[in-house]
Write a protein that binds this ligand. Structure first.
Ligand code: SAM
Length: 208
């Protein structure tokens, strides 16, 4: 079985991407759940930013199902972005893919002026340890418009079962604590399925 670290060619990407759904069949439900959360947003033309879209599987579904959104995907892998660009070509200017290191600063200057949702699927655990997730949550809180949604769908571990070899996998209560610590409102685990949890929060709305 080919792993993410083995990717060298577009043929590898095709094989790995096809294997994602087989390895984690629950991803279908996770993606449908993310789309439902985006659909429920009160904004007429949401700008959605995805962190670590890889081959663009989620992007393709949400651009198809939510014709009113515009999409920006940020990923460090040129191989995966090449594949994703092919998959998303039909969506024209509604879809933008940019090669960035999310652990760096440069991507912050390449974002839409207003961001209504920041989403991520199976990616933030790859950034490093908890400090990297904390940083992303803090940036998201700053970048989102009032009432904007942060939704991180990622691998989680049971509370108290941190694995030093997988420091980016945190427990659900810890994610919720981190989101609350950054001032997100309506913080919740909106779905738990298989190894995944969907952790979400909203940037505080403006008080009229
Ligand atoms: C396991 S893949 C998941 C891809 C996609 N979200 C999905 O679920 O199909 C993790 C993704 O995170 C990206 N990634 C990892 N570290 C990154 C970083 N420092 N900056 C940007 N992207 C990163 C990888 O390139 C890869 O596309």
């Amino acid at each position: 079985m080919i792993t993410f670290r083995d990717l060298r060619t577009q043929a590898d990407v095709v094989e790995w991407t096809a294997g994602l759904q087989t390895r984690y069949p629950e991803r279908i439900q996770v993606m449908q759940h993310i789309i439902a959360q985006l659909k429920a947003l009160p904004f007429p033309a949401p700008q959605v930013v995805e962190l670590g879209p890889g081959p663009g599987l989620l992007a393709e579904l949400l651009l198809r199902d939510l014709p009113h959104i515009s999409y920006t995907g940020l990923d460090s892998s040129s191989l995966l972005l090449t594949y994703a660009r092919g998959q998303l070509a039909a969506f024209g200017r509604r879809a933008r893919l940019i090669q960035v290191d999310l652990n760096g600063e440069a991507w912050l200057a390449q974002l839409p002026a207003e961001i209504h949702a920041i989403i991520s699927l199976q990616a933030l655990h790859d950034l490093g340890d908890e400090s990297h997730i904390v940083r992303i949550y803090g940036l998201a809180r700053r970048l989102l418009v009032p009432g904007g949604l942060l939704l991180n769908a990622d691998f989680v571990v049971p509370p108290g079962q941190d694995n030093p070899e997988q420091p980016g996998r945190r427990s659900i209560p810890r994610h919720l604590e981190l989101l609350q610590g950054h001032g997100f409102e309506r913080v919740a685990c909106s779905l738990e399925i298989g190894q995944f949890a969907c952790l979400l929060g909203f940037a505080p709305a403006l008080v009229p």
